[in-house]
Design a protein around this ligand. Sequence first.
Ligand SMILES: Cc1ncc(COP(=O)(O)O)c(C=O)c1O
Length: 531
Amino acid sequence: MTTHPDVDGAPSISAHQSLLAQAFRDVLNEGAADAAPFGNQKLTSPAFASGADASRYEPVWSRTPVTGPAAPDSSFGAISEKAVSPFFSGAVSLPSHSFSPDTAAQGSTAPYFLHASQKPGSVVKTLSGYDIRQIKNDFPILNQSVNGHKLVWLDNAATTQKPRAVIDATSRFYERDNSNIHRAAHTLAARATDAFEGAREKLQRFIGAHEAAEIVFVRGTTEAINLVAQSYGRANIGAGDEILITTIEHHANIVPWQLLAKQTGAVLRVAPVNDKGELLLEQFAALLSGRTKIVAVTHVANALGTINPIEQIIALAHAYGVPVLVDAAQSSPHLPLNVAALDADFLVLSGHKVYGPTGIGILYGKRELLEAMPPWQGGGHMIRDVTFTHTEFQGLPEKFEAGTPDIAGAVGLGAAVDYLEQIGLPAIAAHEHALLEYATAEFERLPDVRIIGTAAAKASVLSFVVKGHDVTDVAKYLDSYGIAARSGHHCAQPALRRFGVEATVRASFGLYNSFEDVDTLVSTLRLLVRH
Ligand SMILES: Cc1ncc(COP(=O)(O)O)c(C=O)c1O
């Protein structure tokens, strides 16, 4: 680790170490529970009035109050016991019934995270209160056969399936409310505007942002990162400045920064990972300096499943006054998020990864950052006044929403986060992690199968190669049994090359996957390796 004597006010190496130590303490001690209250967050269900007033010109959302918290759906059990996990952005509350005696006996700081050393046979096969059959039934697409076998969808890291609630919300919008938003004085415009702005409020709540104006609707994670790179980046990053990412980023968090670096003369720096795919935090810290102008890092790595220590990353970057963009494309379906508790400067996610529609996602940015940023794209919606010589822009968030947005997509995304909150992210995380631990233990007993990405803190991704079998052939073989798993480079070529492979097969679990799905995957792979 190096120090940075060239930088005025940069922390010394010992300050670094105490910062790191404090960051770890903050995550592990009870105090973090108060700082990151999302586990106890009650669900609100904004009832946007869509009663239209044809005479008004003021947008209806600006006058429509959001109602207070609604009770969580009791069918998913009371959320009571507190647990502190180093894998989460602080402390979370978990359903009491998700604890198994096995894990409790081990005295883990993360009681529902089953230990990798645990014997496969001792892994709990169901988490009571998590009604997997009911959840599967919520997803009509899962009720079909593919190649003569019941569909097993294990391509969730690429995209997730949509619950009935999302499908209904989207079609209801087109059946009843479809209109362009924000300006017209007619009834349907008011309803559509309410629905769109209501979705923004839901997303605000979902990620714990201070205000809805900090949520910008975009096409998805890729567009959000490009927006930050081109708007924040062009305004704040110049020749010789540095952009810090990690080895295990999705291409969406590499290429936009490369483009910016080419345009400005900035330099892209890459923090390495160890052989398990875990970020080397000290080396990350050593790469920070007064030249660093932004850190852009994935929360969960899509090709490996690694959960990055995002709290420590942010604390370290902030010690240098460097803003952090968190790519939450892969964490948002699995882990509770709270940007305020994390003190994230930007956070981006895609609707289709959180059981919502494709073509919609969000950029979160702190108000002061977004306000200071120039617009990225120009056009309708984002202006207050236009002449041929001058344009006055709207405030947040419209300044960044040029043109007609994906209104139905936003409505569907709002329904998706409602659905996730009904089940509860802590319960989902517990279920998925149990699946991952079970599958990992089963995979370790399969001959000729190598798991790529073995970090201690992982979300539900199993990337693997099978000796003597091309990854595409493995995926086709699985497909012949109705199992959808992805093969290829997963848009993370540098991450895979770090492990000496160009491609893997990736099974990724979602909230509707069952232990039986894992059994089907494992027994089919066993058939393949016996061939
Ligand atoms: C970590 C990560 N970042 C960014 C993206 C890009 O998301 P989208 O294609 O929805 O823009 C993905 C998609 O797989 C991802 O996994």
